[in-house]
Design a protein around this ligand. Sequence first.
Ligand SMILES: Cc1ncc(COP(=O)(O)O)c(C=O)c1O
Length: 360
Amino acid sequence: MIQLSKPVITEEMKRAVLEVLESGRFVKGPKVEEFERDFADYCGVKYATAVSSGTAAIYLALRALGIGEGDEVILPSHTFIATAEPIPMVGAKPVFVDVGEDYNIDVRDVERKISERTKAVICVHLYGQMCDMDALAELKEKYDFYLIEDAAQAHGAEFNGKKAGSFGDLACFSFFPSKNITVAGEGGMVVTNDDELDARLKALRDHGRDYRRKEKYSSTMLGFNFRMPEILAAVGIEQLKHLDEWNEKRRKIARIYDEMLREEVKKPEEFDCRKHVYHLYVIRTKNRDGLAEFLKANGIETGIHYPIPVHKQAVFSGYGSRLPKTERICSEILSIPMHPLLSEEEAMYVCEKINEFVVR
Ligand SMILES: Cc1ncc(COP(=O)(O)O)c(C=O)c1O
């Protein structure tokens, strides 16, 4: 079976895990601090806070910004449900908007839906391509809201040469095993340039303790245990060293798909000033389900990201709106194999089979 995604595990990662096991220090140790420093440097920001998942990262971002009852948060509906779940959890109202041709938040629709209660906009860099950050910066200037980047799928993606994570007030990443880098388990990161936000994030993830005061049993706010274990951080440090190389491999596979797939297949577009890191390579076709079945029968795994728009999920039914593009594309999109271990021959085989199906 040609897998849709596959994490790379190296000998250094295995050694790093053993080293932590032998050290006996499993939480709140040097590996988490090192991973945070390395990740912040990589993104070109001052601070990073390692947490237990990407979902926890988004939840803490909202809490750190003080978003709650009476506030509205604008976000795209075409995303993984984790972008939206934390919004009602903090007592705020999600306001869903449509997407553009890049599958990312439609900035004109954001402007239409801004109200006096809008406190934040979450832009999701879906599939590994960043949103139009110039247009979002202009809106932020005009209407004064917090901008949160959901960069769960965009480690290393760029806009005008600047990395994902360096644009928003806060940015959230996930290290779920299918992502461009993983911690070989569940994990997430929140990055920011703001000292106060950073202090709040670090307190919130650790029972409200102010890490700067180093007092173990003194809490300055109510918090959680959303910490990342040392073993996972040790894997993350090693994974991060390979991120650029693996993203280049993904881009190479994307070029093969771009060139070989027939024009009956709608391929992803790489927009001006953006470096796409192809967390997913998503095509669109009319008979999507038929194609997925055909590929499966030919040993090729595919996925749908995502089959139900978030505003159509039962748990979000109270926040209804009509989002024509989002509702249309979910029946056409298909994610085809994309990971750094995919060989050029395998990518070519995937193209052959897709082309064979679409001309039948
Ligand atoms: C766009 C998006 N946001 C948030 C998340 C949540 O991350 P996690 O699965 O690490 O909680 C994911 C990943 O699953 C994602 O793809």
